[in-house]
Design a protein around this ligand. Sequence first.
Ligand code: M6R
Length: 600
Amino acid sequence: MCGIVGYNGKNQAAAILIDSLKRLEYRGYDSAGIAVFDTNVVEVYKEKGRIVDLEKTLPSISGTVGIGHTRWATHGRPNKVNAHPHTSGNIAVVHNGIIENYQQLKEKLSRTGYEFVSDTDTEALAHLINHYYKDNLIDAVISALKDIRGSYAIAAICGSELVAARKDSPLVIGIGEGENFIASDIPAILKYTRKIIFLDDLEVASITPDGVFFFDTCKSPIEKKINLIEWNIEAAEKSGYEHFMLKEIHEQPRALHETFAGRISELEGNISFEGSNLTESQIKDISRISIIACGTSYNAGFLGKYLFEQLAGVHVDIEIASEFRYAHSSPGSLVIVITQSGETADTLAALREAKSSGCRTLAITNVMGSTVTREVDNVIYTRSGPEIGVAATKTFISQLGVLYLLALYFGKIRGKISSDQMKRMLVAMKMLPAQITRILNNKEKILKFADTFSSSSDFFFIGRTLNYPIALEGALKLKEISYIHAEGYAAGELKHGPLALITKNTPVVAIATKGLTYDKVVNNIKEIKARDAPVLAIADEKDSEIEKYVDAVIRIPTTEDILSPVLSTVVVQLLSYYIAKARNCPIDQPRNLAKSVTVE
Ligand code: M6R
């Protein structure tokens, strides 16, 4: 995810900006840049690749105010032109987040004579600030922000003025002696100061060497509290979380928000994608879809199968990538590959195989510029931000987000869902990030169950229909990070064999949300309880019946039945995490596993 730094003070800015940017490298990025105000002009230096590559190109730069950025591409390829800072006249801007209405702003600003050189949404912001600039930067920034829809953390300079603002993207201000700092995250500036102010949404800050002044978007002054940071650098990189996996689980509301940003218009009941050139008639003509993926991405695709079949009325074959190329069946007329990294060798091999049979291809991936994006016909990005923990969590949630959008989009074009249904679904989808936050804020019961059963040697996860893929994902998460043998099963299948393994020593997690198969899942739970196994149910918060049948219940907020797998996922992730933690496992780097599997 992109990183922002800024400096205004008594020292030379360039070295501090580069040093601070390096401390944000763990967030992942594909280009970097700085802008420093030197006497009369703003000098900008940027490069594709690593910060050390940028550093090698830097001349000696003088200037005591500047901004810096590491970019993780979302709009436009990872290259030098798209790297930040972006400039307009003497104004330079760095930005994290997504400006949803940048296309409209771009058209408007182009008509008034502004020239665009990059493919980024941020460049529109730089021109917009310039457009409003009269005699001071803070007024221009405040005016520009009023025209923007979307999420942002920004830092801008013009002359010796440095201004920061945020909405839905993190930004902190560091308070020093005769110098002050901006950063996306505390570790970037912890070396220089431990006095940190957290900027809140819709707040703007003017940073001078001698003080920082905070305002709301009407320019009324705001008082802010200084926090004294006591973490060390390593803990701070994880923002205080013990593991990247836990941090990434907590980033899911934001990841899903980004997945949806600019793609949903719930009032009109519309969905749009920036990277897909599938035409309406091509979508209407799809006779069968093949979804191909590995591991967690496969589990997301498996849920996708149910979604496309229910919402768009099109049959889907879900294929394990490493098996697909040896199958003798022909792929559907549309092949969707799902890969977080975009580099998984099995998935790429399957994609090439599918392409050779002439079908259309579409990739759902998280990494811009990855191999898969260069080989498919259409790309849809999950926009989860970089994921460092080997166990996929937030990228899975975002993959589900894209699959819901795509299935609804296809369903509308194919005449399978009404405009009212569409609007209802989109409204419910927009509530998911806040509902995930509620689960994250209420995890005591999950912790308790995890502690009680962390020494078990076998676990079962069960669910029917839409919850079956989540049972598979729960079992995959648990086995990869806790080394406990776990099986995900379609609840109705237990009695056809695995029930023989059920004893008082095999905890079962039953996903029992309301819906078509609820009563049948309850029957399956009774079969399990008759064999004395402890059962944890994941159930709707309004379900008053379920606790009669199980040992513990984790409640999830009420949503549309078809969306509840998103919320159940968060429970199985946390459960796996806390069990692995209780067993003292190396959660972020499980044995034998790699984040990106580039061998077949
Ligand atoms: O990058 P991809 O999504 O293609 O990776 C696929 C699998 O290797 C990956 O999902 C793996 O199963 C994860 N470690 C699961 O947490």
